[in-house]
Unconditional design. Structure first.
Length: 253
């Protein structure tokens, strides 16, 4: 009898211990683990360029178009989200003579979700190339356009990056610099400077990206002579509110 009472008492104590019961309550934001969920389309097999695009742009709400072979891939990134359970859904693709309209829904978790950073995205395949058609992406919830990558798409890893400027490739041959990338900058104006060892500007210029913010426009720094005294190249854009350089990328030469 005493043995039965002892066993029953142990069971009661164990059930009452904190942490022994499952809970659906989300973790406190301050205790959110620093964990990331790798981006990948929900379903399907895609070329490596599609996965590279989604990886490169996973932190942003942005859309883009990748053509590979005889197919076109319509891509949407939902940006970084604080929990799992978010979904990006391409609800409708309407083709017209001059354009393709893509309606996209960003679905929130239906209830409590794990407090880890997630990167929802979606891909839709067209069994033909675009030709001269443009593509327009819109959020279904408010009919607002989704920012796009215009021009060359980020289908290879970035060589250097700040929040709004990404360099995809850079070459230097016979003291001449060439580079290409994408940027989300005011009015599409991207500044560059060659700087010497004492941080003095020895040469500067402005190039135009294919589109201005909030879109990402591709850019090309095409065979620019590098001054002999330059020790680094800087890329940035100018904030029109205060005239200060933003998103500086510094590349040693």
């Amino acid at each position: 009898m005493q043995k039965s009472i002892l066993v029953l008492g142990l069971i009661i104590v164990m059930l009452g211990l904190p942490g022994c019961q499952a809970s659906s309550k989300p973790l406190d934001q301050a205790k959110k683990p620093d964990t990331q969920v790798n981006p990948a389309p929900d379903v399907g097999n895609y070329p490596s360029e599609v996965y590279s695009w989604l990886t490169n742009m996973r932190e942003y709400e942005v859309a883009g178009v990748v053509e590979k072979g005889d197919k076109t891939y319509l891509l949407v990134s939902g940006g970084d989200k604080p929990t799992t359970g978010y979904q990006v859904k391409i609800e409708q693709v309407q083709e017209r003579d001059e354009a393709i309209t893509v309606m996209v829904d960003l679905v929130s978790p239906p209830g409590p979700a794990a407090q880890v950073i997630s990167y929802p995205n979606a891909a839709h395949t067209l069994n033909h190339r675009l030709g001269n058609k443009r593509v327009e992406f819109y959020w279904s919830s408010n009919q607002e356009p989704i920012p796009q990558v215009i021009g060359d798409q980020p289908t290879i890893p970035f060589e250097a990056a700040s929040n709004n400027i990404k360099i995809m490739s850079m070459d230097m041959d016979n003291q001449r610099i060439s580079a290409r990338g994408i940027a989300r900058v005011f009015e599409g104006s991207l500044n560059y400077e060659f700087v010497n060892s004492t941080d003095e500007t020895v040469k500067s210029g402005v190039i135009q990206t294919r589109a201005g913010a909030p879109d990402w426009g591709s850019f090309v720094l095409d065979d620019i002579p590098c001054p002999s005294e330059a020790t680094k190249l800087q890329l940035f854009w100018i904030n029109p509110k205060n005239g200060e350089p933003q998103d500086m990328i510094t590349i040693p030469l």
